[in-house]
Design a protein around this ligand. Structure first.
Ligand code: AMP
Length: 209
């Protein structure tokens, strides 16, 4: 199974990817998590990425394509993967298309902008393993602590209201055109992601059968 999760920021890609990863036994490749790890470690990629992420803009295509070429060539991707956050522009999708990697399905989680703004205002992320939680919809067992690794939960720097607005506008202008691109290839499946986490997972698994 080689799957692309395509949706606006905050639509639930990360959460559904976690569930699918467990269900299918394949890794999730999250470009956002890769970039945030690089920022934490102070690498050259991290320094470059921070400027774009803090403003809610996308990292240049040539940089992202290089990062993903290397990541998808790693051993753990041999039996499949779930892409969370890539491709995000037509150029990235065209490059992926030109590579020898055959994508089985592109899953679009449909969520209204108002819901996204509401969700992102309460989102928490583990500073160690990048698992996501929510102050209301997905509370951790112990407040402020990750259920999985015990890491500290933090609010992402790019989840501020101004940056969220800019990220949503970037999504509509640069990523949304990919829906047409993959629909025309017969790969696109759309699932309503407005409801709770569990019911969305059920719908997603139904769509993937
Ligand atoms: P995410 O965690 O997927 O919301 O990504 C966080 C941020 O990382 C985005 O707002 C972008 O600035 C950057 N980013 C992640 N994936 C990509 C990509 N495929 N292309 C360009 N920028 C990206």
């Amino acid at each position: 199974m080689r799957l692309i999760l395509l949706a606006a920021p905050g639509a639930g890609k990360g959460t559904q990817a976690e569930k699918l990863s467990e269900h299918f036994g394949i890794p999730t490749i999250s470009t956002g998590a890769i970039l945030r790890k690089n920022i934490q470690e102070g690498t050259e990629l991290g320094k470059l990425a921070k400027k774009y992420i803090d403003d809610g803009n996308l990292i240049p295509d040539d940089v992202m394509i290089k990062v993903m070429d290397a990541r998808l060539a790693e051993d753990d991707c041999k039996n499949g993967f779930i892409l969370d956050g890539f491709p995000r522009t037509l150029t990235q999708a065209q490059e992926l298309d030109k590579s020898h990697i055959k994508i089985d399905c592109v899953l679009n989680l449909n969520v209204a902008d108002e819901t996204i703004i509401n969700r992102l205002s309460g989102r928490l992320e583990c500073s160690k393993c990048a698992a996501t939680f929510h102050k209301i919809y997905r509370k951790p067992k112990v407040e402020g602590i990750c259920d999985f690794c015990g890491g500290k939960l933090v609010t992402r720097a790019d989840d501020t209201p101004e940056t969220v607005k800019s990220r949503l506008s970037t999504y509509h202008s640069q990523t949304e055109p990919l829906l047409k691109f993959y629909r025309e290839k017969g790969l696109l499946k759309t699932v309503d992601g407005q409801d709770g986490i569990e019911s969305t997972t059920k719908e997603v698994l139904k769509a993937l059968k």
